[in-house]
Write a protein of this length. Structure first.
Length: 324
């Protein structure tokens, strides 16, 4: 009998506990709804300053601007503000505010200000950064060409035919160099500017323009040395004149690299310049020793740069690898 009474008491207490929990949950939900409604009404009133700026001048039926009075603008808004104030000081709303404050004091983890004003501002999209001025890549090598051996003089126009014959004999069946004469201008006499055609079979064909370095008053010495004025590279089977440009990116990049080297050493002797050009014999076989790749990561091109080493050899490198 006592057991039965105890079970009944426990059942009553359990039902009472469940009802209390449900009542507490319902009370909390009611407080949340009250605060959410209060916040929504407050946000509506916060639009008033912007509305004043937008509605101060309006267009009438005849497109004539009419000025509104402050009474017209704030009439309904002032009434809404009084209603909101009355609702905020009601007992239930005050109880809800105190309950929310107590709950936040006990555990404020991951609680954000629902009515945070910053979120209601019209945020401007970030202003893009102004483009920086283009800075050309600087050549790291101060003088990419080797000096002439002791006792060797710069090449002169008079010695050019002899140099061409000796050059071809030294590099027989590997490279070829000869004087280029445009069709209709064949002549036995050679004058500056003179154009040479350099050929590496099945690799490239280049035009080298030679000239004289002028003196201070525009005159040249009696036996002036020849210097390289311009350089253009083409594919070995491209039939284009010296003043044009190759259709292939690799030869365009190669031309740009060599011209950049010439700009850093504008008085390079012809012999030193040809020493570098011979190093392009394996253009499509050499691997860049810096990145250990044949094709560059940018542009997918073979090493078009040739960098002079201390032992006198020319090392193939990608243009991007040289600058890094």
């Amino acid at each position: 009998m006592a057991t039965t009474v105890g079970n009944a008491t426990e059942a009553v207490n359990s039902e009472s506990s469940v009802e209390d929990q449900q009542s507490a949950v319902s009370n909390v939900q009611s407080q949340i709804d009250q605060l959410a409604d209060l916040c929504k009404r407050l946000q509506t009133l916060r639009q008033l300053p912007g509305g004043v700026l937008r509605s101060e001048l309006v267009s009438g039926p005849n497109q004539v601007l009419q000025t509104l009075t402050l009474k017209d603008i704030f009439g309904k808004s002032a009434e809404d503000l009084r209603t909101l104030h009355a609702a905020a000081i009601e007992g239930k709303v005050q109880d809800a505010l105190r309950a929310a404050e107590d709950s936040e004091r006990r555990d404020g983890t991951d609680i954000k200000d629902f009515c945070e004003r910053e979120d209601q501002k019209k945020r401007r999209s970030p202003t893009p950064e102004s483009p920086r001025p283009y800075l050309p890549l600087l050549q790291k090598v101060a003088n990419p060409f080797p000096p002439l051996p002791t006792g060797t003089l710069p090449l002169t126009l008079k010695d050019l035919p002899t140099y061409v014959r000796e050059f071809n004999a030294t590099h027989a069946k590997k490279v070829l160099l000869h004087v280029y004469l445009a069709p209709g201008h064949e002549s036995r006499s050679i004058t500056v500017p003179v154009i040479l055609r350099f050929l590496i079979p099945n690799v490239l064909r280049a035009f080298i323009t030679l000239g004289h370095e002028e003196g201070i008053v525009g005159a040249v010495p009696e036996m002036p040395g020849l210097i390289v004025e311009s350089f253009t590279v083409f594919g070995s089977r491209e039939k284009k004149p010296p003043h044009s440009q190759s259709e292939f990116i690799i030869f365009q990049k190669l031309s740009q690299w060599v011209v950049r080297a010439l700009q850093s050493s504008p008085r390079v002797p012809m012999q030193s310049f040809m020493d570098m050009l011979v190093a392009y014999e394996n253009l499509f076989l050499d691997t860049c020793p810096l990145c250990k790749r044949f094709l560059s990561a940018e542009g997918y091109l073979p090493p078009v740069a040739r960098v002079r080493q201390d032992d006198g050899t020319w090392e193939p490198q990608h243009g991007t690898c040289v600058q890094n």
